[in-house]
Write a protein that binds this ligand. Sequence first.
Ligand SMILES: NC(=O)c1ccc[n+]([C@@H]2O[C@H](COP(=O)([O-])OP(=O)(O)OC[C@H]3O[C@@H](n4cnc5c(N)ncnc54)[C@H](OP(=O)(O)O)[C@@H]3O)[C@@H](O)[C@H]2O)c1
Length: 244
Amino acid sequence: MLKLLVSGATGTTGTAVIQLAFDQDDLQVVGQASRSTFFQAGVDADAIVDFSHPELLARTLAFAVQHKLPLVTGTTATEPEFEATLAKAAESIPICRAANFSIGVSVLCRLVEQASRTLGEDFEIEISEIHHRRKLDAPSGTALALAKSAASGRGRCLDEMAVLDRSQLKTPRNRDELGIQALRGGDVVGEHTVFFFGDAERLELTHRAADRSLFARGAVLAARRLLDHPPGMVSFDQLLFSAA
Ligand SMILES: NC(=O)c1ccc[n+]([C@@H]2O[C@H](COP(=O)([O-])OP(=O)(O)OC[C@H]3O[C@@H](n4cnc5c(N)ncnc54)[C@H](OP(=O)(O)O)[C@@H]3O)[C@@H](O)[C@H]2O)c1
């Protein structure tokens, strides 16, 4: 039995984690945190899963360190300074943080790296992503992770290639750049497409998330596998593919 604390329990993704506990006999939610409530000290839990807000994540992280609980977090839009806090916490607990807990997206990152390496510089890379109107950050963490995979396939660093806004450029596209476009609206859970534009051919690799349950399943899988890890930052990719 995996006993979980859920941070962001009232949110759309946190609710999907709680729903999963109804569906999986060996999963139990033993505590919840949101804007108005927080975990009770002394609760008997194995790990924490967090899909919340940077403010709640900061409190949840402190609680995880204090109680030596492994933490799986998917919260995005954190400040750059938070990275140091997270790294410090990972000295005492295992932490898995991912921009996207979809197993399909993890495989997509690998495919994109391979396609980018094989197609080479004759193909120009663009990424588009679509999310619901409530999303705080743009481009999405997943779009950036896909962009990093594409850049890495070319042996390049994303910072040298990324173009997020062309409105001031007034120049033709540089073969070397990697454009990222974010669309926002409605209730779209998440769609990402990586385009490889060649001469007379185009490859498109797309992932579409249909509902939040896929993130919940991925995060709970990560929590199960994180239990065996020593303190440190562990990627979702490591947890998925090292056990495959
Ligand atoms: N990595 C992934 O695979 C993945 C997948 C989906 C979402 N996400 C990320 O997970 C996070 C949550 O997404 P969501 O769509 O589930 O969000 P949501 O529906 O808006 O839920 C947010 C949760 O955080 C709490 N919260 C919001 N603002 C807060 C504040 N200022 N202080 C304390 N608690 C606060 C909310 O509590 P109240 O209900 O009390 O306001 C709620 O429980 C986002 O960062 C999103 O980008 C990541």
